[in-house]
Design a protein around this ligand. Structure first.
Ligand code: ZN
Length: 157
């Protein structure tokens, strides 16, 4: 049976919870499992490391530090920007918007400026994952060249 290593394509079901309060922040259980090419930085660093050597049918649970997950919360990634910057959009607290430098969250809206946060919503948090490995196969040459998985759950192009 194929085990997970670099240049394999893994399909897993996962549930991510916050160890601080047990809340689920993401889960594939009610949708299609996640398929990804291993060893090409598709996933957060600790996630792949914990799955190395596992094969179909294996169940794994692990907790990652913030550093191994979405990184520490960076105070410099919080910025105050003039409302004009939003153009036609009226910013509201809690909105996630896209900019040239990636997605950000609106954390405060004032009279003339808004406070926006470019940190990932899970930055600074330790994360627990429960994983069930569904399938592991060798990647094709084409997938390795492209740096992502093809086929069901992967890229279609
Ligand atoms: Zn491709």
């Amino acid at each position: 049976m194929t085990a997970i290593e670099n240049n394999t394509v893994a399909t897993v079901h996962y549930t991510g919870t916050l160890p601080e309060n047990g809340k689920t922040f993401d889960s594939s259980i009610d949708r299609d499992p996640l398929t990804f090419l291993v060893g090409h930085k598709q996933m957060i660093p600790g996630f792949e490391r914990e799955l190395m050597g596992k094969s179909a049918g294996d169940k794994v649970e692990f907790t990652l530090s913030a550093e191994e997950a979405y990184g520490e919360h960076n105070p410099d990634a919080i910025q105050e920007v003039p409302l004009e910057m939003f153009g036609e959009i009226t910013p509201e607290v809690g909105m996630t918007l896209m900019s040239d430098s990636g997605p950000f969250n609106v954390s405060e809206v004032g009279e003339t400026t808004a406070i926006v946060d470019f940190n990932h919503a899970l930055a600074g948090k330790s994360l627990t994952f429960n994983i069930e490995v569904i399938e592991v196969r060798s990647a094709t040459e084409e997938e390795i060249t492209h740096g992502h998985a093809h086929g069901p759950g992967g890229h279609h192009h």
